[in-house]
Design a protein around this ligand. Structure first.
Ligand SMILES: *[C@@H]1O[C@H](CO)[C@@H](O)[C@H](O)[C@H]1NC(C)=O
Ligand SMILES: *[C@@H]1O[C@H](CO)[C@@H](O)[C@H](O)[C@H]1NC(C)=O
Ligand SMILES: *[C@@H]1O[C@H](CO)[C@@H](O)[C@H](O)[C@H]1NC(C)=O
Ligand SMILES: *[C@@H]1O[C@H](CO)[C@@H](O)[C@H](O)[C@H]1NC(C)=O
Ligand SMILES: *[C@@H]1O[C@H](CO)[C@@H](O)[C@H](O)[C@H]1NC(C)=O
Ligand SMILES: *[C@@H]1O[C@H](CO)[C@@H](O)[C@H](O)[C@H]1NC(C)=O
Ligand SMILES: *[C@@H]1O[C@H](CO)[C@@H](O)[C@H](O)[C@H]1NC(C)=O
Ligand SMILES: *[C@@H]1O[C@H](CO)[C@@H](O)[C@H](O)[C@H]1NC(C)=O
Ligand SMILES: *[C@@H]1O[C@H](CO)[C@@H](O)[C@H](O)[C@H]1NC(C)=O
Ligand SMILES: *[C@@H]1O[C@H](CO)[C@@H](O)[C@H](O)[C@H]1NC(C)=O
Ligand SMILES: *[C@@H]1O[C@H](CO)[C@@H](O)[C@H](O)[C@H]1NC(C)=O
Length: 570
């Protein structure tokens, strides 16, 4: 099968590129772009983790709901239980609760949720719930014990400048989360043809004791777990393994150990199973570095990698203390079990080795997020009026969790908000333009039975698709904009307003009458001015003739009428 033949090697020639990377590496070493939330930490609290030095903050400003809970004391005593696991945020209310995290659109992130139940609710019942990223399902959570720590990781490029991580209640216990972490990655690493990559395993092979490594050993804070394969031998070096030529930069401590076979003729094999009836694609990343100083003449290590018996890559000749990463360019698909085999080449005198590998499953995030302008508009509407509803996550998707009071429609591959119903929602203040007017696909707007004041703004008649507008049972005043009345008259709009506002045909006449009245007032003013001017002019003439008594009156007139008069007297 041809699909196993394509691969990508990340081991660039040294020289210039190496120098540049070293400089960047130093400058960016300190948690640049890391977002590290210890969920359930009291608001405004933060600390630096003792082992990793990572700075964790409270999650309170990233989520509006949930309760802060402590795990039972017996789960804190184990030294392996990191501080991030001591508290959780649990979500007893609502079907969907979401974190809203601002970040940089287009940047590749490793997003990791960490979960340990720790009997925080004293119920001793392990919950089952789902995890969503934006409008799409990411994974399900199921715990084996109260002390089990589950890490869910996905490598994802957000298309907007925020991301929603949502916990979904499936009526099988209350969702909760212990920690949420985001780490920017280099966007030309972990490239998939489609979808995002959910971690299956990240394994450090060849170590002799079980351990995990992460930041600061790993500058991207990937978590590597050591694993020993039976029938394998362990090789290691105490020297530093150089990663600077490989953009994946697996940590030196991970690369300094390698698994190998006991004799050169035995192949090094491992496999993973795909869940039944799951056609997801997989990506594997293998990291290699020679850790033994080979005798120049007699020793040579080279091997071929096959997957399910098909040639995949080779010959691999690992460089001494210099790592390289081999990955597939397209997803591995179509098998229930994936067997990887490393076999020496004919002239190789040494067995194959592998230092570390990662396996990811493709998660197709098919549902696009709701149109960004609509999301901003509805969010700002929510903030402006202090709407008290469980409005979280994407407003329109998944369809089961569309915001209460909204209806949406898919348009040009993104969803648009078509209906906003905030009737009987205790809204105060005026109906103001900037936000609602940006909901340009709105077909129906119901703001009835609130305490809205002021007049009905004109912008409502500019909403191009509006067919239903309900404003009754408010404290609105004034007249209804003429265009709304016309739309209602020709039945392109179903308009309902309180009877004290003029909305009938006669009301339209009334406002025209008012305009006429205004016009006639203006006309009257001109007539008065002209008359006054005429009087003044004639008085002036008389003044020239010299009539002292009337002269005093002239001065008064002059003061009263001001500059307009002067125009006429020039
Ligand atoms: C990575 O990001 C840079 C700048 O942000 C962009 O120019 C480049 O096209 C991106 N590469 C990939 C593979 O997405
Ligand atoms: C390296 O190998 C030596 C000897 O085989 C062993 O004692 C040591 O524990 C190994 N170190 C690691 C980190 O595995
Ligand atoms: C490995 O196989 C070769 C021939 O394929 C044989 O000559 C050699 O003795 C074998 N070595 C071991 C250790 O079995
Ligand atoms: C081993 O064989 C390959 C070709 O099969 C060749 O390119 C390589 O140079 C050989 N290595 C040694 C050390 O003979
Ligand atoms: C809504 O807007 C506020 C203020 O601009 C912002 O802090 C918040 O993250 C936004 N929320 C959503 C869901 O867009
Ligand atoms: C939607 O598609 C139409 C044509 O297919 C295009 O004219 C319009 O600009 C698109 N609208 C958006 C918001 O992308
Ligand atoms: C999401 O958007 C992309 C690109 O615009 C499009 O190809 C895809 O069909 C859209 N998906 C859905 C479910 O509308
Ligand atoms: C808005 O919601 C209320 C109560 O849920 C309902 O009675 C009313 O018909 C809705 N308005 C529209 C325009 O659907
Ligand atoms: C109007 O809203 C009030 C509460 O704000 C509610 O009690 C009442 O039932 C609502 N009336 C209608 C007709 O929906
Ligand atoms: C309305 O949408 C436009 C883009 O279509 C945006 O530039 C503007 O800032 C939005 N207005 C408000 C008040 O959000
Ligand atoms: C109804 O009146 C409005 C406002 O004058 C106008 O824009 C619209 O085209 C009219 N619609 C029909 C169906 O006549």
């Amino acid at each position: 099968m041809g699909m196993f033949k394509d691969f990508r090697i990340f081991s660039l020639p040294g020289g210039f590129a190496l120098t540049v990377l070293l400089v960047l590496g130093n400058a960016q070493d300190h948690q640049t772009g890391f977002i590290s939330l210890d969920c359930g930490l009291p608001v405004y609290s933060s600390y630096s983790d003792q082992t990793t030095d990572i700075h964790y903050t409270s999650d309170a400003s990233y989520v509006n709901t949930g309760e802060i809970m402590n795990v039972s004391p017996e789960f804190k005593t184990n030294v392996d239980v990191r501080r991030q696991l001591w508290t959780v945020r649990s979500f007893p209310d609502g079907d969907r609760n979401c974190y809203h995290i601002r970040l940089t659109a287009g940047v590749k992130y490793l997003i990791r949720g960490t979960f340990m139940y720790g009997n925080y609710d004293k119920k001793d019942e392990l919950p089952v719930f789902d995890l969503h990223i934006g409008p799409n399902k990411w994974d399900s959570l199921k715990f084996e014990s109260a002390s089990a720590v589950i890490n869910k990781e996905i490598i994802h490029i957000p298309s907007s400048n925020y991301i929603h991580v949502c916990l979904i209640n499936k009526n099988s216990g209350t969702p909760f989360i212990s920690a949420l972490e985001l780490r920017p990655l280099r966007n030309f690493t972990y490239v998939s043809e489609s979808g995002s990559l959910a971690l299956v395993t990240r394994t450090d092979t060849g170590a002799t004791k079980s351990q995990t490594f992460r930041y600061k050993d790993d500058k991207f804070d990937r978590i590597w777990t050591t694993e020993t394969f039976s029938a394998c031998t362990s090789l290691n070096t105490s020297l530093n393994v150089n990663a600077d030529q490989n953009d994946y930069e697996p940590p030196s401590v991970v690369m300094s150990t390698a698994a190998s076979t006991k004799d050169a003729n035995t192949s090094l094999d491992f496999y993973w199973d795909a869940p039944p009836n799951d056609n997801s694609g997989y990506y594997i990343y293998m990291h290699f570095a020679e850790v033994e100083e080979l005798a120049k003449v007699k020793q040579y290590r080279a091997f071929i990698v096959t997957i399910n018996g098909n040639f995949w890559h080779g010959p691999v000749v690992p460089d001494y203390l210099l790592d390289s990463t081999v990955s597939s360019q397209s997803a591995l698909t179509g098998a229930g079990k994936y067997s990887v085999s490393l076999k020496r080449t004919e002239n190789s005198t040494l067995p194959p080795i592998i230092n570390a590998f990662e396996i990811y499953k493709v998660i197709e995030l098919l549902q696009n997020e709701t149109d960004q302008d609509d999301v901003d508009a509805i969010n700002n509407t929510k903030l402006t009026y202090g709407v008290k509803r469980n409005w979280q996550g994407d407003p329109c998707f998944p369809a089961a969790y569309v915001w209460n009071g909204l209806e949406c429609y898919s348009h040009n591959n993104t969803a648009r908000i078509t209906s906003l119903n905030l009737s009987s929602s205790g809204l105060n203040g005026r109906i103001i333009a900037p936000y609602i007017s940006n909901l340009t696909m709105l077909v129906s707007l119901d703001l009835s039975n609130n305490s809205l004041i002021g007049s009905i703004p004109d912008f409502l008649s500019q909403l191009p698709s509006l067919k239903v507008l309900k404003l009754e049972k408010n404290n609105l005043k004034g007249s209804v904009p003429v265009q709304l009345i016309e739309k209602s008259k020709n039945r392109s709009l179903l308009l309902s307003v309180d009877p004290n506002l003029c909305s009938s045909a006669s009301c339209g006449k009334k406002s025209i009458a008012v305009i006429a009245a205004v016009a006639s007032v203006a006309g009257l003013a001109i007539i008065i001015l002209l008359t006054a001017a005429a009087i003044f002019w004639s008085l002036k003439r008389r003044k020239r003739k010299g009539t002292p008594k009337i002269d005093a009156e002239t001065n008064n007139q002059n003061r009263l009428l001001g500059s307009e008069i002067r125009q006429f007297t020039l």
